[in-house]
Design a protein around this ligand. Structure first.
Ligand code: NAD
Length: 270
């Protein structure tokens, strides 16, 4: 029997918990959005709703896609100095003309709610999990909620971005897993995926992971979000891969809602 890893259910329990245990300190999330990417606007609105649902304030700083990067950095520096702002989030992706690393590193590490500054990523590499990338934390927290340990397991992650694949690889290593990280230049992807006890896919390529690419009883986590024939879908061919998995996340309703809950949880601890 395959168990569906229900991110929607687990995330609402986490949000209820945050709401119950949050201290009286006023918290505010400042979000930077550059351009008018439809998906990014959608994600920002969901983040606003979830923050407000637990009594946190939300503030949006929106820029046109042709805005000079230095203006955005200037705004981030103002937010660093603003005592009413608890956390700062830069909604990714930024326009291709931007130096994403430079923009992220202008966030003060103590306000880096998504754990993406070089400083917080470095701490994670030293096995000090301070503020951890919300999506990476979403994956591990969902597994934890189903008592799935990664210790001693072979975890195969597809995707090597600073947002998902790399921080997640560090978290799994810190927990005693053996980790393989694949990407778009990996030769013979299937050879690697077939060895996975836990397979995490974060590419945005619709239905990249097919049934024949996983071994029986694999635990499958789908981080990817894309559209196929106008429908939201993930990296995993869910209906077919499900038959061979012991646990699997759906898209939507898996890692998406968990990521937002992790953002709120990170903010509540700042
Ligand atoms: P990215 O574009 O920065 O990285 C994509 C990664 O996938 C790269 O490592 C690339 O090498 C790899 N890749 C691309 N095509 C591949 C292929 N054919 N075979 C193997 N590897 C391939 O993207 P990202 O920011 O890391 O996000 C990845 C996906 O996760 C996207 O679909 C994004 O929308 C989604 N995402 C979801 C959440 C969530 O909350 N569910 C959060 C963040 C990102």
């Amino acid at each position: 029997m395959t168990v569906i890893l229900d991110g929607k259910k687990v995330s609402s329990l986490i949000l209820e918990d945050v709401k119950k245990n949050i201290s009286n300190k006023k918290r505010k999330l400042a979000t930077i959005l550059v351009g008018d990417n439809y998906a990014s606007e959608l994600y920002v609105n969901i983040k606003k709703k979830r923050c407000e649902s637990v009594g946190m304030d939300f503030e949006l700083h929106k820029f046109n896609s042709d805005e000079n990067q230095d203006k955005v950095i200037e705004q981030i520096k103002k937010l660093n100095d603003d005592e009413s702002v608890t956390g700062i989030l830069v909604q990714l992706p930024l326009p291709i003309s931007y130096d994403t690393r430079k923009v992220l590193d202008s966030i003060s590490p103590t306000k880096d709610v998504d754990g993406l500054t070089s400083s917080n990523l470095g701490l994670l590499m030293s096995n000090k999990e301070t503020i951890v990338s919300c999506t990476a934390k979403a994956v591990i927290t969902l597994l934890d909620n189903y008592n799935i340990s990664s210790e001693g397991k072979h975890v195969v992650i597809i995707g090597h971005s600073f947002l998902v694949g790399r921080p997640l690889a560090e978290i799994f290593l810190n927990r005693g897993a053996t980790v393989t990280v694949c990407h778009d230049r990996t030769n013979d992807l299937e050879k690697h995926t077939q060895l996975a006890d836990i397979l995490v896919s974060a590419t945005g390529v619709s239905h990249l992971i097919k049934k024949e690419m996983v071994k029986q009883n694999t635990i499958v986590v789908d981080v990817g979000i894309s559209k196929k024939n106008g429908k939201l879908c993930g990296d995993v061919d869910f209906e077919n891969v499900k038959e061979k998995s012991s646990f699997i996340t759906p898209v939507p309703g898996g890692i998406g809602p968990m990521t937002v809950a992790m953002l709120v949880e990170n903010l509540s601890s700042m």
